[in-house]
Design a protein around this ligand. Structure first.
Ligand SMILES: C[N+](C)(C)CCCC[C@H](N)C(=O)O
Ligand SMILES: O=C(O)CCC(=O)C(=O)O
Length: 461
């Protein structure tokens, strides 16, 4: 059954090219509406109350009729006669350029960072506003520069910057929280200048910043001129984040001996894929470092920008993009003895950030795919859409082919970039590791944001 459009649809890609830098921000709610009007990919600003456009030809059969839309009753706020904040019914109203902003007493107390409210060593909350009731009502407020000192009904006082009151719905802050920056999508031509970081610069502050920025911008980078040893590879990866353990072990050092019952442990070719589609959360980063290849040839590696390919699919066939964004797919890993891994629930091939709307994850592995969550009369539409995406992934224009070599480690974003391999002969030894997505984004933020930006974009409430 095609998923409901109203919930996780995504808007057409607002592709604002700045130089050759592409800003991919897919936002929610507009998806269905724009599907109905294939005329242009110009971003529309209005959004239907329920994300579904009555004209949409693709309204899923099972969606119940949209409930009638009741505007939220509004408290009449005072005219903007004085620039001073006001207290109404225990909430604080702050004057802003665009009118009054309401700050609920419980929210203010919840985000209080005073030592009474928050452990200063762990940044963890040590009060429970759910039990404080009317004590959280705002009882007094005074302005101190660009901050407000709030007094609560139980006498507790705390200081809030104007920014902290205003920024709660600030998209730029949400992007900083999620480590979202403008990305550069690429095709096979990236071969002329693939993103690369010199090992000699690692793990200096500037070197890590360069590594994280290139990874986040391109979805992959090489670490060049490094020792062709598992020890050096493991040590470097551990400066990024903890190595993730899986049924393949932690740091992996493998060859084509079927020591794990997976085709990666053979000499066969592998189509472009993302790893771990059978996990509820696929690894965020994957590293591959060829240590040796003797008595044989082949084994070239391929990379494809999954976001770039998805962008091409959107421009070529919006319906196919929608189907891959709305149809959930299972996967499995069951080769190893005693292993039968499936995700907690099925995921679409293309997943979008539910708050910011942009394409956040590509999940694609033809070998590990299990059930497609679609009725039989819709299954062929999924196969048609998947075939179009597959053709883009395998298009020589999109695939960057290269030969890995000892001393040059590849690290890539397994939520964005697909990797593949040509068949090979001889003995080929590879090492590397997985790193969790959240650990990757944490390292990216810590390496590229200022202290203040990190603090300001760490959502505490
Ligand atoms: C060797 N290494 C552990 C990296 C990979 C193991 C196989 C990964 C599997 N084919 C997948 O697509 O998830
Ligand atoms: O052997 C390779 O080059 C890559 C194997 C692979 O796809 C993987 O380890 O996930």
């Amino acid at each position: 059954m095609l998923g409901r459009l109203a919930t996780i649809g995504a808007r057409c890609p607002r592709v604002a090219r700045i130089g050759n830098r592409t800003n991919n921000h897919l936002s929610s709610r507009q998806f269905a509406r724009n599907l109905a009007s294939v005329a242009s990919i110009a971003v529309q600003t209005s959004s239907t109350p329920h994300g579904l456009d009555a004209k949409s030809p693709t309204r899923p059969r099972h969606v119940e009729s949209a409930p009638s839309f009741h505007p939220t009753p509004r408290i009449t706020v005072p005219a903007l006669d004085s620039p001073l904040p006001k207290i109404i019914d225990g909430s604080l109203y702050v004057p802003t350029r665009s009118g009054w902003t309401k700050a609920s007493g419980r929210w203010l107390r919840d985000i209080c960072s005073s030592p009474q409210s928050r452990n200063q060593d762990t940044s963890q909350r040590q009060i429970n506003v759910l039990k404080l009731g009317k004590n959280c009502d705002v009882a007094g407020v005074s302005q101190l520069g660009d901050s407000f000192q709030v007094t609560f009904a139980d006498g507790h006082q705390s200081l809030y910057s104007m920014a902290s009151l205003m920024d709660r719905s600030n998209p730029a802050l949400k992007q900083k929280r999620a480590g979202v920056i403008p990305i550069i999508t690429w095709k096979a031509s990236i071969e002329s200048q693939p993103p690369t970081v010199e090992y000699a610069n690692m793990p200096s502050v500037s070197g890590m910043k360069e590594l994280m920025t290139k990874l986040r911008t391109y979805g992959f980078t090489f670490i060049d001129n490094m020792p062709a040893t598992p020890e050096a590879s493991k040590q470097l990866l551990e400066t990024i984040g903890p190595i993730r353990n899986t049924h393949y072990g932690g740091f992996y050092d493998f060859t084509s001996d079927l020591s794990s019952k997976d085709t990666a442990y053979t000499s066969e070719s592998l189509e472009p894929h993302t790893d771990n589609t059978y996990f509820t959360e696929p690894a965020g980063l994957q590293a591959l470092h060829m240590l040796s290849h003797t008595d044989g040839s082949g084994g070239e590696s391929s990379l494809v920008d999954g976001i770039g390919a998805a962008e091409q699919l959107y421009e070529q066939d919006r319906e196919a993009y929608r189907i891959l964004s709305q149809t959930s797919v299972y996967a499995h890993a069951s080769g190893n003895d005693g292993i039968s891994i499936q995700p907690a629930f099925a995921f679409p091939t293309l997943s979008h950030d539910p708050e910011l709307g942009h394409l956040i994850q590509v999940r694609w592995n033809n070998a590990d795919r299990a059930g497609v969550v679609a009725e039989h009369d819709e299954l062929d539409r999924w196969y048609d859409a998947a075939a179009k995406f597959d053709a883009l992934l395998c298009d020589p224009k999109n695939a960057y082919w290269f030969q890995l070599k000892p001393g040059k480690m590849l690290i890539f974003d397994n939520w964005r970039v697909l990797h593949g391999r040509a068949a090979f002969t001889g003995k080929r030894r590879m090492c590397g590791a997985y790193i969790n997505r959240d650990d990757y984004i944490s390292k990216f933020r810590m390496s590229t944001l200022s202290e203040e930006e990190i603090r300001g974009s760490t959502v505490t409430g």
